[in-house]
Write a protein that binds this ligand. Structure first.
Ligand SMILES: Nc1nc2c(ncn2[C@@H]2O[C@H](COP(=O)(O)OP(=O)(O)OP(=O)(O)O)[C@@H](O)[C@H]2O)c(=O)[nH]1
Ligand SMILES: [Mg+2]
Length: 423
């Protein structure tokens, strides 16, 4: 199979959801992505916010989508909004000539996105799977097996392999004949578990923002467990958004370090080129934060509390409507933390308060407390676990349908039976 012809893959299970993650690899697809975003392609470990526009569209035409591009060593992840029509349109534009057509394509430079040519060594990657393929859709078990091959966490892969082995189908078949009250209760439990586990295969994006020198890059390195971001005592060190896969509270996440905030208006007005670059980094940081699932807002302990002003991605206040197990929408949660707490309150975490951290003095404490806060703020209920054979719906659309069946006033076994037959 020619990878230049098959170079876009939907990593998240097909169906409507808050976010859909596409894996784009191969010189041709990456060149097309560059054309859609009209911005650079992020290098490995970099994150960029891109407005995706159809080639040839006028600047005042509404864009296709706003997406986060995450550079990997051999491909680029594109985090789009999860509506099937957006995903399908983006995939079509990235896979011109049309999906499924075998071609020797591959024109275009690979730029700084790694070497897509190397992707040939990674067997199995490169199948185009989108909601538009529903007509000839593989079975539930086949879809689970496919999703397991690319899921970013070992626990997620185990859960998906259980569904590939029939765990979910078996549970649904049992529920068709269950007593109505019991059926409703177990359908609600399934939907709730599906909503929670979605974070295993579509990791949350967690952005670290705050004023310059708040210790954002120090915290980023502490959460990663390795030094990837430059740290200096000079304010304005970080000027780009730097993303990396990490784990918080046992859940896979994409962590993003950003440029710090400070007032640059005077220096920009005087034509200081360094200030203009930094201001661009700040703009990028706000864009990343507006698309993140959780924003960690840092203020150095002892300073005034810093808070980002309203940004375009601010959701309406409050939680998603109850009964909606699939969390949708950008930047739904912010968490304020006091950083560099040891400088203010001494070396023992006991004196730092529940939201105090000192990533330099006690990185393990920062990892643990932010892991707990992540679980709490995303409503995940605890660390992810694997229980052999446990049924879990893994596609947002299916989770929603099970939720609808569970809340329907007359939970009808025949509705579930026909849903089961369509899987
Ligand atoms: N004592 C102490 N110093 C810290 C801590 N975190 C960061 N620092 C120091 O604060 C300075 C700035 O740290 P950075 O992590 O680069 O801060 P930043 O928020 O990324 O800064 P910008 O990239 O400029 O926005 C460095 O000298 C760090 O060593 C901490 O927990 N304790
Ligand atoms: Mg920094």
């Amino acid at each position: 199979m020619s990878l230049s012809a098959f170079s876009v893959e939907l990593l998240t299970p097909p169906g409507a959801g808050g976010v859909a993650v596409l894996c784009v690899r191969g010189a041709g697809a990456i060149a097309r992505l560059r054309g859609l975003s009209r911005a650079g392609i992020p290098g490995p470990g970099e994150v960029r916010l891109a407005i995706l526009r159809e080639p040839g569209s006028a600047p005042d035409e509404p864009p296709l989508d706003e997406a986060l591009l995450v550079g990997r060593s051999q491909w680029v992840e594109v985090h789009t909004h999860g509506s099937p029509s957006i995903v399908s349109a983006v995939v079509d534009l990235l896979t011109d000539p049309p999906r499924g057509a075998e071609s020797t394509g591959g024109a275009g430079s690979t730029g700084d996105a790694g070497s897509p040519g190397d992707a040939g060594s990674t067997g199995g990657i490169g199948t185009v799977t989108t909601p538009a393929d529903v007509g000839e859709r593989p079975s539930l078990e086949e879809r689970a097996e496919r999703a397991a091959a690319t899921t970013p966490s070992a626990t997620g892969a185990r859960v998906l392999l259980d569904q590939a082995g029939g765990a979910l189908r078996q549970e649904l078949a049992q529920l068709v004949d269950a007593e109505p009250g019991e059926r409703k209760r177990r359908l609600a439990a399934l939907a709730s578990e599906g909503g929670r586990c979605a974070r295993l295969w579509a990791p949350a994006v967690v952005a670290i923002i705050g004023p310059v020198n708040a210790g954002k890059s120090t915290l980023f390195n502490a959460l990663l467990g390795e030094e990837q971001a430059t740290v200096t005592a000079r304010p304005g060190t970080t000027r780009d958004a730097l993303g990396a896969p990490a784990e918080l509270g046992g859940w896979p996440v994409i962590l993003v370090d950003t440029a710090g905030e400070r007032d640059l208006a005077g220096r920009v007005a005087q034509g200081d080129p360094g200030a203009s670059v930094e201001a661009e980094g700040q703009r990028l940081a706000r864009g990343v934060a507006s698309r993140a699932d959780l924003v960690l807002e840092l203020s150095p302990a002892g300073s005034e509390r810093w808070a980002a002003g309203p940004w375009s991605g601010d959701p309406p206040s409050g939680d998603p409507p109850s009964g909606d197990p699939v969390r949708r929408g950008p930047a739904s949660r912010r968490l304020h933390l006091w950083s560099r707490a040891a400088e203010q309150a001494g070396p023992s975490p006991a004196g730092w308060g529940s939201l105090g951290i000192s990533a330099l003095e006690d990185p393990a404490h920062a990892r643990e407390s932010i892991g707990d806060l992540f679980i709490e703020h995303l409503g995940l209920g605890g660390r992810p676990s694997w229980v052999a054979g446990r049924p879990v719906p893994f596609e947002p659309e299916l989770v929603q349908r099970l939720c609808d069946l569970a809340t329907a006033e007359t939970a009808d076994g025949s509705a579930l039976a026909s849903l089961l037959a369509s899987l």
